[in-house]
Design a protein. Sequence first.
Length: 86
Amino acid sequence: MRTTLLALLSVLALSACSEVGSESWCNDMRDKPKSEWNGQNTLDFAKHCLLNNEIGSKSWCEDMDEKSKGDWTAKEATSYAKYCVL
């Protein structure tokens, strides 16, 4: 019972987080003071937000369409299904 409750609470807590590279994450990072960023935040922001390649954007979906499905990571496949198919 405890394990089930802990797993459920963990899933609920993680579902409230924005996915790195998503439009909401990029907007949150734009509002966050740069002094609070770490190195990985900076790299992710540059990769996904500055290069106009936000996860779920039209250009991101088109790039994924051109990429061989065998080269997709599990995270990319999940994001593609979430933002481009649905």
